[in-house]
Design a protein around this ligand. Structure first.
Ligand SMILES: C[S@@+](CC[C@H](N)C(=O)[O-])C[C@H]1O[C@@H](n2cnc3c(N)ncnc32)[C@H](O)[C@@H]1O
Length: 276
């Protein structure tokens, strides 16, 4: 019998980004995996890093394949005042401004301006999705009227302080896992894998595939053999069966927003697979 996830957990340091597939609803359970024996937190699929912000670990490595995301974390960590100043110039809930920012060539922007652009597009895009075309240009439509307000400066400043304990890796999850050591807690929240190459092409060049699931599985075995604690979250599915084999797991019922509309909200089961 799956345990139901808490409705809307309040968090003393909420993430400053919205993220499709965020595990905020699982936080009360996820937080319980961190113990006083853990010295460092390692998250190779960071996204909005909601567990990192909730835990306040003394040391962390945050990784993600998304270069815009990682460079935004670096700017928020080191140059928060410049990012906030840039954000204050952007009118919220403004479709024209969204279109203008989306069309910019990011390679021409200073890093703090680029971070402000990323934060703005993330706040007012459809469902906090990050998707690019084959040229790597962000192409998610505006959804501003359905989105909440930009977090206030205090949230950004608190996130900036928490990010002081983190180092960042922009790259594939293996590049992060190679750095994992005994005493780390490794939390892995990969995207859901897609089957057909056609679907893969239609969405995003970085979409997770079935080969990636196999790579992840072999890394779980490797971490386990090295005595490194890990937790993997994944929706109940054939792929989850591959990942959970011979490891312990618990099933949590969560409300999932499938297509962004109330009619498509459904309960799904999320598995937390661990060697702890
Ligand atoms: C489900 S999201 C993580 C959400 C996060 N737990 C949160 O609460 O916001 C998965 C993340 O994995 C990243 N990703 C996709 N493929 C990857 C890969 N091969 N290596 C590292 N990160 C990858 C995506 O960019 C995305 O940010």
């Amino acid at each position: 019998m799956p345990v139901a996830a808490a409705k809307s957990p309040t968090q003393d340091c909420p993430p400053f980004l919205r993220w499709a597939g965020s595990k905020r609803r699982l936080l009360p359970v996820l937080k319980s995996f961190w113990t006083k024996n853990h010295k460092r937190y390692v998250e190779p699929f960071a996204g909005s890093a909601c567990l990192f912000f909730a835990l306040k670990p003394p040391k962390a490595i945050l990784g993600d394949l998304n270069p815009e995301l990682i460079s935004t974390y670096i700017e928020v960590k080191y140059r928060i005042d410049a990012v906030l100043k840039e954000l204050s110039k952007l009118p919220p809930w403004n479709k024209e401004e969204y279109a203008r920012l989306r069309s910019l060539d990011t390679s021409t922007l200073e890093p703090h301006v680029r971070a402000a652009r990323f934060i703005y597009l993330n706040r007012f895009c459809f469902n906090g999705i990050y998707r690019t075309n084959l040229k790597g240009q962000f192409n998610v439509p505006y959804s501003g009227d359905r989105c909440g307000a930009m977090p206030d400066d205090k949230v950004f400043q608190q996130c900036s302080r928490r990010l002081r304990s983190a180092r960042f890796v922009n790259g594939d999850f293996e590049a992060v896992l190679e750095r994992a050591e005994k005493g780390d807690l490794v939390y892995m929240d990969p995207p859901y894998a897609v089957r057909a190459r056609r679907v893969f092409r239609e969405y995003d060049p970085s979409t997770f595939t079935h080969e990636d699931i196999a790579r992840l599985r072999s890394w779980m075995e490797r971490l386990n053999a090295a005595g490194i604690n890990f937790v993997v979250s994944y929706a109940e599915s054939d792929e989850a069966d591959v990942l959970k084999k011979n490891f312990s797991y618990e099933t949590i019922a969560v409300r999932r927003n499938i297509a962004g509309f109330a009619a498509h909200r459904a309960m799904t089961n999320e598995l937390l697979i661990s060697n702890i």
